[in-house]
Design a protein around this ligand. Sequence first.
Ligand code: HEM
Length: 368
Amino acid sequence: MEPIVLDCGIRAIKEKWDAALALTHDNKAEVNYANHFSLASFDIIGALGFGQRFHALRDNTSKIIDWVQSTAMLCGLRIIFKDVQAFPARLFTKKLVKDVDEFVAFSNAATERRKDELSRGLIEKPKDILQAMIDAEDPNSKIKMTRSQITAENIAFLLAGTDTTSLTLSWTIHYLMLHPQIYQKAVDEVRSRFPRHHLITYAEGKAQLPYIEACIYESLRIRGVTGTMFARVVPKGGATFQGYFLPGGTQINVNVAGANHHQQTWEAPRRFMPERFIKNEAAKHDVLTFSSGVRICPGRKLAFYEMMTILANLLKDYDIAMSEDSLFVPERLDANGYPMVMPRAQNLTVGPKYPDRDCRILISAAEY
Ligand code: HEM
């Protein structure tokens, strides 16, 4: 799957940034990284799940983004209204329902087309999520996934795997800009290990860039993008948890941000300090942002493929600085004495509240 991740991710972002630089005379251009990471994440998951390119980053928009947004809104409205197609709910949901119907039809058609092309020998078997689901088989019953199940999973991947990954990358860039020494250390690491025109793959990054990986872990910890509590139900018979007995059926909620900032686990939890993850595998397991146990995020490895290849290559190939009018700079400190962080919007995921204002950076092609 990595070729698709590289093509729709780092290669496409570099194309966009190089095009922005080509329009300037002083090797300096302003870009909005949050916007670009978001569009690229839709292109990646869309390509892996449907076997087609959506070019959201190239075109600054795509039908697939509207579909995903409508689906998320409709899911939310279903909590309020029992029947979203009955009056009065349908006044709000008509367009959303239409979008979701289109989305489902599109996904069903993508599965049918893939099966047809394979059966007629028109294509080699692709290595992507769509193919993995078509081939998947229950080991006991040998039952395969139905077309509707594949569509449902594909929609779940787009809902769960786009914002989460792109927002983590955005927070990482923001924290690096607020901590120039950490930014410089990450840049020095990648530039000392890879030449200018080399495209770093995930395996190369994982093996040779421990500091950049640590920056991603620290970003996942300090500003975990999973905004909700993880809801769980205590099994029948109850359970004793840290000395407290909880009866079966009790709903409990795991506070992710609380765990990621717990003072007994983390030294100076409010401080952005990637060093805490260097030569410390145990600390990586203490970050709860991907959850834990049987419901742990199944897309976490894919997310790291995206985040590592995008971050490592961008830090290698571009010098990055905050926009000159940025409100959040290393010298502006919060009450704890740490650089003040841009405000966040707390929805299903946690992202910048004002990305158009706060996620602009100046880039220039690196020379080294
Ligand atoms: C930085 C990126 C990501 C973060 C922080 C993240 C976080 C999470 C978390 C916390 C959960 C579990 C929620 C719970 O325990 O109730 C979850 C579930 C899930 N994630 Fe991710 N995720 C990320 C990327 C991805 C990607 C790239 C994909 C796939 C394309 C993906 C697909 C899923 C799916 C399908 C589930 C539901 C699994 C289930 O029903 O048990 N995620 N994710």
